[in-house]
Design a protein around this ligand. Structure first.
Ligand SMILES: Cc1cc2nc3c(=O)[nH]c(=O)nc-3n(C[C@H](O)[C@H](O)[C@H](O)COP(=O)(O)OP(=O)(O)OC[C@H]3O[C@@H](n4cnc5c(N)ncnc54)[C@H](O)[C@@H]3O)c2cc1C
Length: 491
């Protein structure tokens, strides 16, 4: 057992925010850090897996927000690492909407419905701004095509009717990562700069995998962290990068408990579940070529196997289809067997492409909701941003600093949100550490003044002792204080 050990800062979680935070600390001279990660890998919600002979991304797949005046920091990292990406254009998806008999809706009718859906969403947003509610639209009876468009607008494109900071700041283009090394290669490249690595493996003992943190005992003297395997670690500060879903769960306990203002904002934040289901086929039966990468299935149940993508642009010849489910549909599918999910998906595909298509030979269903280290895919704030909530979600509680995509005011939900939040949190912590140091040296002076006054009137047999006092650290002064009867200073 490797406990107890003591560090300046413990970082809990080795997703992009945790790794970015650790790197900033190391670059600023705080090298006695410890990263505790619950799973057996770094990356968190950036996770690749071998499927159907290629590397697929179960979590984040796109670099969203490219081509604008300002450069997306993740796009920069991807360029530096030579990550293979390609431009993704969902705008054509709306012209590939299939009904349940396999007929594609005429583009004129779809364009009309799409415009109406956007106008109605804007209207709802305006009204919600006026009435100060959260922008939920009244449930109206929608046709399967309208339901499909609604799903595409709100669940897949993340409600593009509002000005999303990511697209405003970094541009409207999105690039999909299709690299055998995976999206998480960016994290390894970052880690290489401050952790000991060899041939793509992190060997540094400051990163500990399979360490599930269960308890944080905190006071103004520091934080004691206890893990599921019975280890205990101590640090002056903790950076906590677990997802909002984990904060809402009972995986972590805080002693003393988190204050009410913190708990309230944690509870307030919605968690979105987003599931990409991968299906491998013996051969292609779908259309490829320009404008055909994405296609939609219109069903009378909203979000029922609605949004499809083929992976021929990413990996030609891979014969893989991906279908995206969200929220209640994601949870439903997570709870059933993969065999049942495969059966449902095949019925949908046969509706669209006819009865003679081949059976899928493999299926991969990620379970972000049931993963106790994630409990969802990303944070989703109410439409009307509340500045106090943003402040409270990232505000530290004593020596515990919070980071992660959910703490990013402008870019929550995205990889770049996680990355930038990690940097911001470490900068805030460095500032706090600097102030703490200043406070300590002020206290030191406060302690020394009466001491010097006293020693000035004492017959000193060893004059050197006085000048040595300046070199003393606080515990030694406290020791001297007791000996000389100096009044206690508040530390
Ligand atoms: C399916 C899906 C699709 C997505 N698509 C995109 C996309 O296309 N583009 C985009 O920009 N973003 C996308 N995202 C969002 C993006 O992946 C996240 O915003 C980002 O990766 C979050 O990083 P993070 O560091 O904040 O959190 P995480 O990556 O979740 O890191 C937190 C870490 O903490 C660890 N942890 C949790 N509990 C404990 C514990 N008790 N003890 C120790 N460690 C613990 C976790 O294992 C994890 O490694 C997607 C996410 C998902 C799930």
């Amino acid at each position: 057992m490797d406990s107890p050990s003591s560090s300046s800062v413990i970082i809990i979680g080795a997703g992009i925010s945790g790794i970015a935070a650790a790197k900033v600390l190391a670059e600023n001279g705080v090298e006695d850090i410890l990263i505790l990660e619950a799973s057996d890998r770094i990356g968190g919600r950036i996770q690749k897996e071998r499927f159907g002979g290629v590397s697929v991304e179960l979590g984040a797949g796109w670099i969203a927000g490219v081509g604008g005046a300002e450069s997306n920091p993740i796009w920069k990292l991807a360029a530096e690492s030579g990550l293979r990406t390609f431009f993704s254009d969902y705008s054509n998806a709306r012209y590939n909407i299939y009904d349940r008999r396999g007929k594609i809706f005429p583009s004129g009718i779809v364009a009309d419905s799409y415009k109406k859906a956007v106008d109605s969403a804007i209207q709802t947003l305006r009204e919600s701004n006026k009435n100060n509610n959260n922008g939920d639209s009244d449930s109206k009876a929608l046709t399967p095509m309208e339901l499909a468009i609604d799903f595409m607008l709100h669940d897949f494109e993340m409600a593009e009717v509002e000005p999303i900071s990511t697209y405003l700041d970094f541009g409207e283009r999105e690039f999909m990562v299709a690299d055998e090394r995976g999206y998480d290669y960016l994290l390894y490249k970052m880690a290489e700069e401050f952790l000991l690595t060899s041939e793509g493996r992190i060997l540094d003992t400051r990163l500990k995998l399979n360490k599930v943190v269960r308890e944080l005992q905190h006071s103004r003297n520091g934080v004691t962290v206890k893990t599921e395997d019975g280890c205990v670690y101590k640090a002056n500060y903790v950076i906590l990068s677990v997802s909002i879903g984990v904060l809402q769960s009972d995986l972590l306990s805080f002693n003393p408990p988190l204050p009410r203002w913190k708990m309230e904002v944690i509870e307030k934040c919605d968690v979105m579940v987003y599931t990409k289901i991968f299906l491998k086929f013996p051969y292609k039966f779908w259309q490829c070529g320009p404008g055909k990468e994405f296609f939609i299935y219109a069903h009378d149940r909203r979000g029922y196997y609605t949004f499809w993508q083929h992976m021929e642009n990413a990996y030609p010849g891979s014969n893989i289809l991906v279908v995206t489910l969200t929220n209640e549909e994601s949870k439903r599918v997570e709870a059933q067997s993969d065999k049942e999910t495969l059966r449902e998906a095949m019925v949908v595909l046969r509706d669209m492409f006819g009865p003679n298509i081949p059976e899928a030979i493999d299926i991969l269903v990620p379970r972000w909701w049931n993963n106790r280290f994630q409990r969802g895919s990303y944070s989703n704030y109410p439409i009307i941003p509340n500045l106090e909530d943003f402040h409270n979600i990232k505000a530290p509680v004593g020596h515990i600093f919070f980071t992660g995509e959910h703490t990013s005011e402008r870019y929550n939900g995205y990889v770049h949100g996680g990355y930038l939040s990690g940097i911001d949190t470490s900068k805030a912590l460095l500032e706090e550490m600097r102030k703490e140091k200043e406070r300590k040296s002020e206290n030191q002076t406060l302690l020394l003044e009466p001491l010097l006054a006293l020693t000035g009137s004492l017959p000193l047999s060893h004059p050197d002792t006085v000048s040595n006092i300046h070199k003393c650290d606080i515990p030694k002064q406290l020791y001297l204080r007791d000996q000389l009867g100096i009044p206690e200073a508040k530390l």
